[in-house]
Design a protein around this ligand. Structure first.
Ligand SMILES: C[S@@+](CC[C@H](N)C(=O)[O-])C[C@H]1O[C@@H](n2cnc3c(N)ncnc32)[C@H](O)[C@@H]1O
Length: 380
């Protein structure tokens, strides 16, 4: 990577998946990667930044740093933003935008207020230039700006995805208490499942863990079926983008023969949603969704990997029922999955005791703000 082409950027990651996220960034060609809290800093050239948008499975967002300036308060923020970029080139009034602010600076303790300062600086400048201003679009903006405030000053970045990268384009149906796709992909990466043995989710909900596992095994790029805010950037390079799109498309391993991948779901409506999601992801015939209770099912010949995001009381299920649910899950694992690996997402340590299994690893992760553990059990 030539030094003059180097961009500094940050990947926003699920909490607990910072190291896995760093590994993924390096594998896709990023340099100088270092883990931060819920994020990773890295350097990349434009081709690599495009590639990460198309191929990275773990980040929520990728932020490209554009400017850094001193910020001792409100006026510094207002003036700094106006001079931070060539806005005449980057933000025409016909384009919508959104502003997100994280962190604080003196007199700028509320992110909403700070974002308002940034917005005012930009629309005031647009009115002076064009007599017109952009509208704000929180859902699908043409330009998505991110400002991080700290004692060191303000960093202005562009969010290349627009809407979060966990939206792959295949999930129409949500099940109950769904995992986000990027978190599911990260959890699967931690299991080390390499498609050499079966993969089963005994309470699969919308099927996200299985879908993300198979897409990763097939090396199918998660970003090929969606659009990105970066396609509207002033320095967007369509040739380079198309090159990276073909490169992403060509990585797919059409030759891979997959083992049994099975989801079990007791709620018929949710099982149907899981089937719809499997079909939308192009994985019909690859992932089997069985409708029923896991207690009544038998597993294919193993050893394989069981993955599971059971209810844990924060959002689903009453505690008493949950105790017998976990005890049944433990009994099922002992009966059916001797020699298998079990990975279970627990949001409540009081419940996992009922499994009557001993975890060999406990990896802290956050699922939508709930402090969870991704627990590993080697079943004997
Ligand atoms: C927390 S949700 C799973 C969410 C899933 N990981 C997702 O992202 O959509 C738990 C699921 O387990 C199902 N379930 C509960 N008890 C079950 C049982 N005994 N057998 C099979 N599925 C069960 C529920 O209907 C629910 O859809």
């Amino acid at each position: 990577m030539r030094r003059e082409n180097r961009l500094s950027a940050v990947a926003v990651l699920p909490q607990g998946l910072e190291d896995a996220g760093c590994e993924e960034l390096r594998a896709l060609g990023a340099h100088g990667v270092s883990a931060l809290r819920r994020a990773a800093a890295f350097q990349a050239d434009m081709a690599c930044l495009y590639r990460l948008h198309l191929q990275a499975r773990l980040p929520f967002r990728l932020l490209r740093e554009m400017a850094h300036f001193r910020c001792g308060g409100r006026d510094d923020l207002y003036d700094g933003i106006r001079g931070a970029m060539d806005w005449e080139r980057w933000l025409h009034p016909s384009m919508s935008f959104r502003v997100d602010v994280t962190g604080t600076a003196p007199g700028l303790n509320h992110s909403h207020y700070s974002a308002l300062q940034v917005k005012n600086a930009l629309v005031d400048q647009q009115r002076e230039l064009w007599g017109d201003r952009s509208s704000i679009d929180l859902e699908n903006p043409d330009l998505s700006l991110h400002i991080h405030l700290s004692r060191d000053g303000a960093t202005l970045s562009l969010d290349g995805s627009g809407s979060s990268l966990h939206r792959r384009g295949y999930r129409a149906a949500m099940g109950a208490a769904p995992l986000k796709e990027n978190l599911a992909a990260g959890l699967i990466q931690l299991t080390g499942w390499d498609a050499s043995g079966p993969l089963v989710d005994p309470c699969c909900g919308s099927g996200i863990l299985l879908i993300e596992a198979v897409l990763a095994a097939l090396q199918q790029a998660p970003g090929l079926d969606r659009s990105f805010a970066l396609e509207g950037w002033a320095d967007f390079n369509p040739d380079l983008w198309h090159e990276e799109c073909s490169r992403a498309r060509n990585r797919r391993r059409g030759d891979l023969s997959l083992p049994a991948v099975i989801g079990i779901e007791q709620d018929p409506a949710i099982a149907d949603q899981a089937r719809d999601n499997v079909a939308a992801a192009g994985l019909q015939g690859v992932i089997e969704i069985r409708e029923g209770r896991f207690e009544d099912q038998s597993l294919p010949e193993g050893p394989g990997v069981l993955v599971c995001n059971p209810p844990y009381g924060e959002r689903l299920g009453a505690m008493d029922d949950l105790d017998s649910f976990y005890s049944a899950l433990g009994a099922f694992a002992r009966r059916e999955a001797s020699g298998w690996q079990l990975w279970l997402l627990s949001g409540n340590p009081k419940l996992t005791g009922a499994l009557r299994l001993k975890a060999s690893r406990r990896i802290p992760v956050s699922n939508g703000g709930i402090d969870c553990r991704w627990l590993h059990y080697a079943l004997r």
